[in-house]
Design a protein around this ligand. Structure first.
Ligand code: EPZ
Length: 421
């Protein structure tokens, strides 16, 4: 298993480009199932999770591939009429977002057999709302031997009021509704930019979706969709992670392709912490302050502060000049980076869903272990600031969601390298 070695100290300088958004690429790749023909997706980040989604599509009989060389961020998915609408346990267990094929399969093929995604490190993450939505559109759902089986002669439009706000739940049911007969109204929807992006792609394919990005989405079913050629929007969480890297290292960095309106809550908190952030030629520049001010954060659904940035902001607060209170309201177990940060000298006390972070003068490098995707990024951020050498193991977690983060940081002056195991 690879490790990443970081030597703290250098203030990051220069400019870096954000890759395409993982959490847009995954549902968009799944949406290729809704149309026959070859769809082309550009600016697709080269990530393990994207590779898994391509594998899931190929297992079903699609011809899904990432192009090579200068086209390495282009993926093509060819769909013909002969699809086996099944997603096997051995793939779904490695990436729960595989469940996003459920809606397209039922909509297009009238049936689907998808392994129930187990829990994961950060929480139980059930899919009851996905199934509630599909049932409301007329699907018959059965759970057998760890698999969800969904069947429907032809989905019919209906109204779905989600009991809680779910990103992939909203995406799954929206994709099911685009080929249903009649109108579907989804209420209490998630409002992430990635949902707007998925709706943009579906509408380019011929769907009739309105309201994506708000809590009520209306879909008028159509008879068929056509393949698409689309460039994926930038990854706001990677952008936020790079901004924190500039802040914690005391640097001055331009994060190109970062979209300010996708990161308002994060930018607001970084400004409260003393950072100077300006929109600048197609990106955002962050100039770090001499000292980081403590800020309190509560994660909530978009447009609130994103849970996917909680670990990264916590690391910045570890070196603030005071106490910060960070509350994690979305997932029940998303503080696993805390134990590792303790090893680096951080002063953090967990009280249920809340972490009280007392800023310390310095962090010290240490061998630490990544436990989940965003935790692994936060440990690297800590290493940028810590005195001495930090060795992050189990970086396969990082590779699920960040495209060569260490190269990006090295290009900004960080003393960081990957050691192949
Ligand atoms: C998406 O996960 C993202 N993944 C996650 O990003 C992100 O953290 C999360 O949304 C919240 O923003 C993708 O988009 C591929 P949810 P998702 O359904 O859709 C509960 C990353 O680091 N819930 O919005 O699975 C659930 O347990 C990843 O890139 C139900 O109870 O999250 C959680 O507590 C991590 N029943 C809350 O809702 C359901 O049917 C929000 O989950 C669905 C969800």
């Amino acid at each position: 298993m690879d490790k990443i070695i970081v030597k703290g100290g250098p203030a990051l300088q220069g400019e870096v480009k954000v890759s395409g958004a993982k959490n847009a690429a995954l549902p968009i790749l799944a949406s290729s199932l809704l149309a026959d023909g070859v769809s082309t997706y550009r600016n697709v980040p080269d990530l393990v999770d994207v590779g898994t989604m391509l594998k899931v599509l190929n297992t079903m009989g699609c011809e899904a591939e990432r192009l090579t060389g200068r086209q390495k961020n282009v993926c093509q998915v060819g769909v013909n009429g002969h699809i086996t609408p099944e997603a096997p346990y051995d793939l779904v267990k490695t990436m729960r977002a595989s469940v996003l094929v459920l809606g397209p399969l039922v909509a297009r093929y009238g049936r689907a057999r998808v392994s129930m995604p187990g829990g994961c490190a950060i929480g139980a993450r059930p899919i009851d709302q996905h199934l509630k939505g599909l049932k409301a559109l007329g699907a018959e759902i059965t759970l057998t031997e760890g698999y969800v089986e969904a069947r429907a002669k032809h989905l019919k439009g209906g109204t779905v009021n989600f009991d809680l706000i779910t990103v992939t739940g909203t995406e799954n049911v929206m994709m099911a509704a685009v080929l249903a007969k009649g109108r579907t109204v989804l209420e209490n929807c998630a409002r992430e930019p990635e949902i707007e992006e998925l709706a943009r792609v579906l509408n380019k394919m011929g769907a009739k979706i309105e309201g994506a990005g708000t809590s009520v989405i209306t879909i008028d079913g159509v008879d068929s969709l056509r393949p698409v050629d689309h460039a994926i929007l930038p990854d706001r969480i990677e952008a936020g992670t790079l901004l924190v890297a500039a802040a914690i290292s005391g640097g001055d960095v331009l994060v190109k392709h970062a979209v300010p309106e996708h990161l308002e809550a994060v930018v607001m908190k970084l400004r409260e912490a003393g950072c100077v952030i300006t929109a600048e030629n197609g990106g955002m520049r962050l100039k770090a302050p001499k000292g980081i001010h403590p800020v309190d954060v509560t994660t909530t659904e978009h447009p609130g502060f994103p849970t996917d940035m909680q670990a990264q902001l916590m690391v910045l607060m570890c070196v603030a000049s005071g106490t910060s209170v960070i509350s994690e309201n979305i997932f029940e177990n998303r503080f696993m980076h805390v134990a590792e940060l303790h090893r680096m000298g951080a002063d953090i006390t967990i009280q249920g869903p809340t972490a009280v972070v007392k800023g310390v003068k310095k962090l010290s490098g240490a061998p630490v272990m990544a436990t989940d995707l965003r935790a692994s990024a936060s440990l690297i951020l800590a290493g940028l600031r810590a005195e001495g050498r930090t060795e992050v193991s189990r970086v396969y977690h990082l590779d699920r969601g960040y495209e060569r983060l260490e190269r990006k940081l090295r290009s900004l002056g960080a003393d960081i390298r990957r050691v192949k195991a």
